[in-house]
Design a protein around this ligand. Structure first.
Ligand code: ADP
Ligand code: MG
Length: 736
């Protein structure tokens, strides 16, 4: 053994999971399903698969196991496999490998494969019995992603067919019971955590201790409305009544008799719909001036409030002083290189403050955190099945999330956690976040059920850990029929088959396919990539008008989608001259989004080649030699039935959709800046319900296009299009 090997072994055996090694191995051998819980960092992901591997290496028969360990995210699958290989003193691709979409590394001797949940689902397509696989480990199961819930139903069936297959579910502490009962009382093992104590301060304690006085103005702060998170008005129907009223009830019922009069008066000014920036600034400043060394992690809801808070802190004398404070951000739309900065140690005497979304809650661990500030909210995407409207809104988090956030402190020494809401509000939180399957659109899931030939969609979903509402299922099936992915009998059409292999929302996949058919793939690739990333057009709050004008100059044709194409192509040219950054700066574009769009375009193109929809030697070209009518048509075919009629009246026009009645344009849309839209329809990608329903990106289209796909297809229209598309359209129109 090398000294390095000995050092690693020493480290591994110091992890809490290691102490449970024998118990875990014997539980695996005597149970078909085992549920292992334990706090982040205790060694589940990196150690458990190795225990199984090692026990086989030591056994007389040699290695016969074939372990698949799924991760909810690409980055986790890759980085964990790297870590495990290096702990074993091997190169990646020997006994340990990984596979994520379009990327992988494994060899003949690979017995432990880390992959995304999506990859395992795809493998089930060709090999529904997972021949040769001995162990399946589903990691981070408590996150309750749609794919993971789906996989569990499939695996439950598979376990009955293959009695020698082992399933291990791993999760952070809380909900082991739920999974255990789903698998008929499966065995559970809890690995004890190892954290230092974290002192918890709720809002009333913070006020009492500091004498800080909340006033209504304090929360609305100098910048006014923009910085405030309205919550209750935005929440979708059902959640609203559950969450906000629970918070209000708990506030009404609470007495703060043990607290001073000043604190009680101050609490009565607390507004649950706001995040008090001034209070956060006050606490941060206090930590910097008076507390022991240690980094601070502030949990906010999203990119926009993180940015707004950062702007505010930049004007503060202490918090903006680089010799005292290193201010960093961490949210999902930053690339991993930028995200990595938060792990770096600041210079002596400089305090690191990280403003983060809930991605810092579980998937990454910043080790030097001593102080945590928790605003109690996170942006949660949900979906209003009734009128088919997705929402991305700040909502109160669950008790489970609070525990996770608090647990970010106390890793290296005792910690402090400041919750910016009263304890009674915490008591009213739900135990767990609603799983994705209960709050997200089900269209992609339904397609997957069909492509795996799992029978009736509703019957299958009724066997899930928690079944979605019948209405949501019906809406999804109806949608898939409308776009032509399912036929009347809920069978996949040819279009549906093609959509199941494209890893994006069905509507975006369909747009790509029609980009191919109409021979205008290049701009459509840009649009689909652009709609898959965070809005590349930036709108700083204080320069909204300038930013809006900058966006409008990319579009002279009433289309946000075409504006993305023009902006991207301009960036490509600027990059050639090495002035991409200046170009983005001048035009209020996110350079990061541009790079991601660039990468996604390549990825989508190679996928289309893989499935044979695009000739393998086609390279994308960069010119506006396309028929604009066809580009518009591809957008329209993809996004239908996301349409809205434009009703002209005098000099203005009003907008209506079937489900919502009157709707408004999002202020970032180029069409919101037009006084008149000379078309009868707007086709849109997304509507968002705030207090009214807003359309985000939209493109104006003429009557003929909507008629063509709105069901009343006239022979003449079809013939016309068949000519343009070289007969390909017929292929998709034919019953499967
Ligand atoms: P869990 O899955 O229980 O959250 P992991 O198995 O991922 O825990 O990690 C266990 C421990 O191994 C961590 O607490 C950390 O100390 C160490 N570790 C894991 N990955 C790395 C890495 N890439 N680099 C350094 N240390 C790591
Ligand atoms: Mg883990």
């Amino acid at each position: 053994e090398s000294p390095e090997g000995r050092r690693i072994m020493e480290f591994r055996s110091s992890l809490p999971a290691y102490k449970e090694k024998e118990a875990i191995l014997s539980a695996i051998s005597s149970n078909q399903v085992l549920i292992i819980s334990g706090e982040t960092g205790c060694g589940k992901t990196t150690q458990l698969p190795q225990f199984i591997l090692e026990s086989e290496i030591e056994s007389v028969c040699g290695v016969v196991c074939n372990i698949i360990c799924t991760q909810p995210r690409r980055i986790a699958a890759i980085s964990v496999s790297e870590r495990v290989a290096s702990e074993r003193g091997e190169k990646l691709g020997e006994t340990v490998g990984y596979k994520v979409r379009l990327e992988g590394m494994r060899g003949r001797d690979t017995h432990l494969l880390f992959c995304t949940t999506g990859i395992l689902l795809r493998r089930l397509l060709d090999d529904r019995n997972l021949k040769g696989v001995t162990h399946i480990i589903v990691d981070e199961i408590h996150e309750r992603g749609m794919n993971e819930d789906f996989l569990l139903v499939v695996l439950k069936d598979l376990l009955a067919r293959r009695s020698e297959l082992k399933l291990i579910l791993m999760s952070a502490t809380l909900d082991a019971e739920l999974f255990s009962s789903y698998f008929n009382g499966a065995a559970t093992i809890k690995i004890p955590g190892f954290t230092y104590p974290v002192r918890t301060h709720f809002l009333e304690d913070i006020l009492e201790m500091s004498g800080y006085i909340l006033t209504p103005d304090n929360q609305i702060d100098d910048y006014g409305q923009e910085r405030i998170w309205k919550m209750n008005k935005q929440a979708p129907r059902k959640r609203k009544s559950q969450i906000s009223s629970a918070v209000e009830d708990s506030l009404r019922a609470a007495d703060f008799n043990d607290y001073s009069l000043q604190t009680r008066e101050s609490l009565s000014c607390w507004n649950p719909d706001c995040i008090g920036f001034n209070l956060i600034q006050y606490i941060l400043c206090n930590i910097c001036e008076h507390e022991r060394p240690g980094a601070v992690l502030v949990f906010m809801t999203g990119w926009d409030d993180i940015n707004a808070l950062k702007e505010k802190l930049h004007t503060h004398p202490v918090l903006s002083d680089p010799s005292r404070v290193l201010l960093l951000m961490c949210h999902s739309s930053m690339d991993s290189l930028e995200q990595r900065l938060i792990f770096e140690e600041p210079e002596d005497g400089v305090r690191k403050i990280v403003l983060a979304t809930n991605i810092a809650e579980t998937s990454i661990t910043i080790n030097d955190i001593v102080f945590v500030l928790d605003c109690g909210k996170a942006k949660e995407s949900s979906y209003d099945a009734l009128n088919n409207t997705p929402c991305l809104l700040p909502t109160w988090i669950s008790k489970g999330s609070v525990q996770q956030r608090r647990g970010r402190a106390g890793r290296v020494q005792p910690g402090e956690c400041y919750h910016l809401y009263p304890r009674c509000v915490y008591d009213s939180f739900a135990e767990h976040q609603l799983p994705e399957i209960l709050r997200m659109p089900l269209q992609s899931l339904c397609l997957q059920i069909k492509s795996l030939k799992l029978g009736s969609i509703s019957e299958f979903l009724s066997r899930a850990l928690q079944s979605p509402e019948i209405l949501a299922v019906q809406k999804a099936i109806e949608y898939l029929k409308t776009i032509g992915a399912l036929d009347e009998n809920e069978n996949l059409t040819i279009l549906g088959h093609n959509l199941t292999v494209l890893p994006m929302e069905p509507k975006l996949g369909k747009m790509l396919i029609f980009g191919v058919i109409f021979n205008c793939l290049d701009p459509i690739l840009t649009i689909v990539a652009g709609l898959s990333v965070r809005d590349p057009f930036l709108t700083p709050l204080d320069k909204k008008d300038l930013a809006g004008a900058a966006k409008s100059q990319f579009s002279s044709d009433y289309s946000d989608h075409l504006a993305i194409v023009r902006a991207y192509e301009g960036w490509k040219d600027a990059e050639k001259d090495l002035v991409g950054h200046e170009y983005c700066w001048k035009n209020f574009l996110s350079a990061n989004s541009m790079r991601v769009i660039d990468a996604l375009r390549m990825e989508f193109l190679s996928l289309l080649k893989d499935i044979g929809l695009v000739d393998s030697n086609m390279t994308s070209c960069n010119a506006w030699s396309y028929d604009m009518y066809l580009i518009r048509a591809a957008i329209c075919y993809g996004l239908y039935p996301g349409i809205c009629s434009v009703v002209h009246k005098d000099k203005s026009c009003s907008l209506k959709t079937m489900e919502d009645g009157k709707v408004l344009l999002h202020s970032n849309s180029v069409n919101a800046r037009e006084t008149k839209i000379p078309y009868s329809w707007l086709i849109f990608n997304e509507k968002i319900k705030v207090n009214s329903v807003f359309l985000r990106d939209s493109t104006a289209v003429p009557d003929s296009m909507v008629l063509l796909f709105g069901g009343s297809i006239s022979k003449g229209d079809v013939d016309g299009h068949l000519k343009m598309s070289g007969g390909y359209l017929e292929f998709f129109m034919k019953p499967a």
